[in-house]
Design a protein around this ligand. Structure first.
Ligand SMILES: [Ca+2]
Ligand SMILES: [Ca+2]
Ligand SMILES: [Ca+2]
Length: 585
């Protein structure tokens, strides 16, 4: 447990001899010894972090009170933090196909996902044996002719590859027991070519039955308007297929189609107990017509909220900030924060430029712009997803940059999303299948391992930081880091919910220093100061007078396991480390 009591004096007096001896058995202590003097003084003043440096004494025969190495992820423990049950969550994006196989056919399924749900959240706020996410976004789960299932054949069923509806219901129940809300992908822009609606519509066209309601479901024309229009089986008629010929675009102006989707939303929210939807391709409902798309989103939002007032909706408006921020006018809860994501987004760019200050300015301005449009908006930050390629590739597998990116994403206000495998530093690029590779539970033969999409290339993905089994054993692993960052996010609810402002007095270009304020349910103002060191070098900063008396309550380490320390009124940052400060109680 996490104690606020000061360290026993013997631990504060950790001497250089002890450090050198620890060195011989714990490689990760190497760099911490170089900072011996700072570490010693700081441990006296940063009790919240330092006092939990129990354990790892088993590595030596030294007197335990003299030889403790600096804490690594697994040696820092936190109080049990029960997440608030609201819409600000930590989401984990799951591709069921590649998550866990429950029946041995190599394809992930709901039986496998349910059996391995403890990895995401074990339901015990006191344990850290899990990622600690309390939201899951399931990529499409409905019957489909493709492995990715973004072309739907039946909106009220489960693809048999993934199991039965009973398997799905069991998964939802298991998720809810653990405090996990589940949202599912809802594809409103198009269906599969073999969807019964499309077959009926083309049949009607062929018979000249133009008033058949199914004809209104799709976009048909007697001219081939451009190269996204394709010939139907009905002579002289074309259909729109914005993404490809196998996905005919729906016509969301059709009242009959809207009624179908109202029933579909009710089916999932009420009968199947899902907690909301991730809305695919919202900028393509009417390609190039944002006001029309926003009108469709308003209808989706009103429909879902009328069925289930606390349903959560997040839209994929894959565009620039000035465009997607406008989609908040629809009233939708969240939109993915594309400006900060992907290889060219603000997060990766700022990290590569070691420019934390610009990042902080962008973060603050983006939140302000979104809240001006919709005061209730919940930003949806992310780093990568199933379309973008994987984060570890964007950052050349640099352990420090990967950790900092994780912290930047998880410490942004809103509902943060983590793409499965990002917490392991999985790589995957090139064709889409490579970005959707199997979650590596362990070596070949490990229970639950999937075989991945059929056209995945052997050299298109990799696991540079090892499997889950390997990273679970390593307190300094990227996985351990994600667990700790999510735990801190949960412990201090103002990190996800706070209004962000630039913290005055931080002088280094490398520092992203932001203060957040949030009023909790008991009308208390909660404040937190976050300082992320975007530099690959150690540096320090005098704590600005504004924060005089604030305490270092948590930190995230450099890849070598070094922690931020506070020495008198100076904060000392190892490379790529993060400090979390709160006013003294
Ligand atoms: Ca299977
Ligand atoms: Ca737990
Ligand atoms: Ca469309």
């Amino acid at each position: 447990m996490y104690k606020k009591t000061p360290l026993p004096r013997t631990r504060r007096l950790r001497n250089i001899t002890g450090c050198l001896l620890a060195l011989s058995v714990l490689a990760s202590a190497l760099s911490s010894c170089g900072k011996g003097s700072t570490a010693e003084t700081s441990h006296a003043s940063t009790s919240a972090v330092a006092s939990s440096s129990q354990a790892t004494a088993a590595t030596t025969t030294l007197n335990a009170t003299e030889s403790l190495p600096l804490p690594t992820s697994s040696t820092v423990t936190y109080p049990a933090a029960k997440p608030l049950d609201d819409l600000f969550r930590t989401f984990y994006e799951v591709f069921v196909y590649s998550y866990a196989d429950g029946n041995g056919d190599g394809i992930g399924d709901f039986a496998g996902l349910t059996a391995k749900l403890d990895y995401i959240n074990d339901g015990d706020p006191a344990s850290m044996n899990d990622l600690g996410a309390n939201g899951i976004w399931l990529m499409p789960i409905m019957p489909s002719p493709t492995y990715h299932k973004y072309d739907v054949l039946d909106y009220k069923a489960i693809d048999p590859q993934y199991g039965s509806m009973a398997d799905f219901d069991a998964f939802i129940a298991a998720a809810h027991v653990r405090g996990i809300n589940v949202i599912i992908d809802l594809v409103l822009n198009h269906t599969a070519l073999d969807h019964p609606w499309f077959i009926a519509a083309v049949d009607a066209l062929a018979k000249g039955d133009f008033n058949n309601p199914y004809v209104s479901y799709y976009n048909f024309s007697q001219e081939k308007k451009d190269n996204t229009w394709y010939q139907t089986a009905a002579a002289g008629w074309y259909y729109e297929g914005k993404f490809w010929s196998g996905m005919p675009d729906l016509n969301l102006a059709s009242e009959a189609l809207r009624t179908e989707f109202e029933n579909i939303m009710e089916f999932w929210l009420v009968d199947r107990k899902v907690d909301g939807f991730r809305l695919d391709a919202v900028t393509e409902f009417y390609s190039g017509d944002d006001p029309q798309n926003i009108e469709v989103l308003s209808w989706v939002n009103e429909t879902a909220k009328a069925i289930q007032p606390d349903a959560y909706l997040v839209g994929e408006a894959w565009s620039g900030f000035q465009v997607y921020k406008q989609y908040y006018r629809s009233g939708i809860d969240s939109l993915f924060d594309f400006a900060f994501a992907d290889y060219s987004g603000l997060t990766v760019r700022s990290i590569n430029l070691e420019n934390g200050r610009d990042y902080a300015v962008n973060l603050t301005n983006a939140q302000k712009a979104i809240l001006e449009i919709a005061p209730g908006a919940i930003n949806a930050p992310f780093l990568s997803n199933h379309d973008t390629g994987r984060l570890a590739g964007f950052l050349a597998s640099d352990p420090g940059k990967l950790r900092l990116a994780a912290a930047a994403n998880l410490f942004t206000s809103g509902s943060s999303f983590v793409y499965y495998g990002e917490e392991l530093g999985m790589r995957g690029a090139g064709r889409d299948e490579n970005k959707r590779a199997p979650l590596p539970w362990g070596p070949a033969g490990t229970n639950g391992l999937t075989s991945g999409p059929p056209d995945m290339e052997a050299d298109g993905y990799s696991y540079p930081f090892g499997t889950i089994a390997e990273q679970l054993e390593d307190p300094a692993s990227l996985l351990s880091y994600y667990r700790e960052a999510i735990r801190i996010r949960t412990l201090y609810p103002e990190i996800a919910r706070g209004l962000t402002a630039l913290a005055p007095g931080f002088d280094l270009k490398a520092h992203c220093a932001v203060a957040k304020t949030w009023t909790d349910d008991e009308a208390r103002a909660q404040r937190v100061l976050l300082v992320l060191n975007f530099s690959s070098e150690a540096n320090s900063q005098v704590l600005p007078s504004e924060y005089s008396g604030w305490e270092l309550v948590a930190s995230l380490p450099s890849p070598d396991g070094e922690r931020v320390t506070m020495d008198q009124a100076s904060l000392n940052f190892p490379p790529f480390s993060v400090a979390v400060l709160k006013p003294s109680a």
